[in-house]
Design a protein around this ligand. Sequence first.
Ligand code: ZN
Ligand code: ZN
Length: 311
Amino acid sequence: MSNEDQQLEPGQIEPPAGEIRFLFLAERDLFARRAERFRLLASGHSLADYLGFLALLADAQQEALDRFPSLPPPTPEEQSLCREHGMPLLAARSWRRNPAWREGLALILRRMAGAEVPAAAREAAAGLLATAECRLDDLADKILAGDQAAVPPPELPFVAAALQAYWVHMATALGEHAFARLEAGGVCPVCGSAPASGIVHANGSKQGLRYLSCSLCATQWHMVRLKCSSCEATEGIGYYSLEGTNGAVKAESCPDCNAYLKLLYLEKDGRMEATADDLATLALDMLMAEAGKVRGGPNLFLHPGGEVEEA
Ligand SMILES: [Zn+2]
Ligand SMILES: [Zn+2]
């Protein structure tokens, strides 16, 4: 693992904040593109089976997203209350989800129970298909509250996948204009979740800008570079990458709060995707953990206590 010098000073390259589009919602083909990325990453990877499983899961998420009916948005009263208090409109922890999220889950589970995946995953999917609705909602609440550790490891990816598809559906149905900047720059302006990773863009109006990518709804929101996404400190930020790689993925690490977040540099590889490339670079997480650092945001497919088996 190598530590590299900071590459720019705050404000040195970036245009004034007023000229920067602060938010991009996920596209409606997010999961199809993610599945494609997982497949590409799986080839020749030591975690090939795991990444292949996640590709099939992303296919199922896309199908669930495509089939969601239109659902009632937050009421005008809820919307103005959120604006007034600077709260995210589709807050993961407090906004009441529509029971339709479980229909998305059921579709994902039916696909995965019949897919060519490890027997343990098929059994977990079949088990969840027969699980009472109140327990499914309880599992969802735990994930949305950031307590992934309380969910049995084989069940976590399925429930997390359904919640992602549902939140992308609701966010894209409302549209970008419904969401406003929050005071806390490190959480998603749509749902209040922490980012899974950050992306430094390479093209167009976003060139050189860093956007954080939501672990739940995949919204990208702007945050200046050289700033810790967890505590917003700007001093002493360090960058770490795996030796022998081209530096397309670096961990941005904060000495103040000890958190790190991966940054994907699209100029090095424009095909990278926030969730998929995060999971394909778990070796970097292991090195950061050995150095006593903790992730600044979750990847919902990663069980905090779980091991990922190498092929
Ligand atoms: Zn979000
Ligand atoms: Zn920090």
